[in-house]
Design a binder for this molecule. Structure first.
Ligand SMILES: Nc1ncnc2c1ncn2[C@@H]1O[C@H](COP(=O)(O)OP(=O)(O)OP(=O)(O)O)[C@@H](O)[C@H]1O
Ligand code: SF4
Ligand SMILES: [Mg+2]
Length: 398
């Protein structure tokens, strides 16, 4: 028997004729990871660097774009000047895909997601350019009436602080039942039972009592679960989760991530997950978009970003992750802080913090260089012979 790519694909997407499927999945997953010719995506093993790896296995291709940001510009007009908080961001979200948006505080993650929902405070904020295409419809031009419909049906958002979207004046039951009855033609009693069932599903103990309580009577973790239950009730096509687990302890964090994974798997919900935490990203995401100072600086699959980061900023983020086998060493952190975006800025936004910066970096802002299909990096080093070798080996120094 030859260990050809076809053999392995058939093995893990088995047909009844294949007798070998009883062989331990875990054993083979580890073996295949080890020989590095394959990657593990959404419970399927597919050859690396082939067209198959660009598609979500199981028949769902990444060709179906549900949400597409095209050269989005969102600016704030403040007393101290115009702030280009989102400066030409393009992101694609495919059906059933989970895309992580990562970057340090202030790099424009929340403003990007709030722009999609048209929830930017106006003034001082304004979308000044670009498109937000939801199944081809440009939401950047949609009326408030249309947006209310989109927010109630198609795109749901979970905020870092659930009190932002839970109404303190209504019980959990009231708020949940409203969402359920929007989608299911059932009476109040049935909707009440359905709501209790949903609270159980998201792991809320004593759901029968919680349904009559007000948001302030619940803990942060419980409120976050209620938010997820509400998002599930809406059964949205797209879920945008802005730091949904940052304020929670590790156990609750894992449970909330599981809930989101289930939503993604069972309903094929596309998820845009905003987080600081690369651990969370590797847990749940298919692709990652790295943002810095209002711009996308790198994009790739989770594996590519974690194992083979191309942009010096992403390299810094990966390098600052704690390593289990290096307990004694001081944790690395990228020197300096994220610069507030400014209209006057020339040069690469990361230049003042970049250990590879050279003359050109201070004179012009690099564009996103395409390094393969859906693989991009915004750095002059991809265009320069000088320094490329040193840069390529940079992670060895960490
Ligand atoms: N209402 C506002 N007025 C002026 N500037 C704003 C406003 N809201 C956000 N900004 C600016 O937009 C930029 C991006 O902010 P954003 O909240 O998107 O960052 P973030 O990546 O979500 O950070 P964090 O990880 O801390 O949530 C920041 O420089 C911020 O100062
Ligand atoms: S363009 Fe220059 S400053 Fe910017 S990330 Fe690349 S090397 Fe660093
Ligand atoms: Mg934010």
């Amino acid at each position: 028997m030859r260990l050809t790519p076809t053999f392995f694909i058939q093995l893990f997407n088995p047909s009844p004729q294949i007798q070998v499927r009883k062989i331990s999945f875990v054993y083979f997953k580890n073996l295949l990871e080890y020989i590095h010719n394959f990657q593990y995506i959404n419970n399927h093993i597919v050859p690396k660097n082939s067209n198959i790896s660009l598609k979500k296995a199981g028949g769902v291709t990444l060709e179906d774009v549900v949400l597409e940001l095209n050269d989005l510009h969102t600016h704030f007009f403040t007393d101290s000047g115009e702030v280009p908080a989102v400066d030409g961001v393009s992101i694609k979200l495919h059906k059933g895909e989970v895309v992580g948006i990562v970057g340090e505080s202030g790099c424009g993650k929340s403003v990007t997601s709030l722009s999609v929902m048209q929830l930017i405070p106006k003034p001082p904020g304004k979308i000044v350019g670009g498109e937000i295409l939801y199944k081809g419809e440009n939401l950047a031009e949609a009326s408030e009436k249309r947006m209310r419909k989109i927010r109630g049906n198609s795109i749901a958002m979970i905020f870092q602080e659930p009190m932002t979207s839970l109404d303190p004046l209504f019980t959990i039951g009231n708020q949940l039942i409203e969402g359920i009855r929007l989608h299911e033609k059932i009476n109040k009693k049935e909707a009440n039972e359905r709501a209790i069932q949903m609270l159980h599903q998201v792991g809320i103990p004593r759901a029968k009592e919680v349904i009559d309580e007000y948001p302030h009577q619940l803990s942060g973790g419980m409120r976050q679960r209620v938010m997820i239950a509400m998002a599930m009730a809406l059964n949205p096509e797209v879920l945008i989760a802005d730091e949904p687990t940052t304020a929670l302890d590790v156990t609750i964090q894992a449970q909330i991530l599981d809930l989101m994974k289930n939503l993604n798997k069972e309903n094929d919900t596309s998820i845009m997950l905003i987080t600081h935490d690369l651990g969370v990203v590797s847990e749940i995401c298919d692709r990652v978009v790295v943002m810095y100072s209002g711009q996308v600086v790198e994009e790739g699959t989770v594996r590519e970003i974690i194992k083979d980061p191309q942009h010096p900023y992403t390299k810094g983020l990966i390098r600052s992750l704690p390593k289990l086998n290096e307990r004694e060493q001081k944790l690395y952190s990228i020197p300096g802080t994220v610069m507030k975006p400014s209209m006057e800025q020339v040069g690469c936004r990361f230049a003042s913090r970049c250990e590879f910066a050279f003359d050109r970096c201070f004179k012009a802002n690099p564009e996103l260089y395409s390094l393969g299909e859906d693989r991009k990096s915004r750095c002059f080093l991809h265009d320069e012979e000088k320094g490329v070798e040193e840069f390529a080996n940079a992670d060895l120094r960490s």
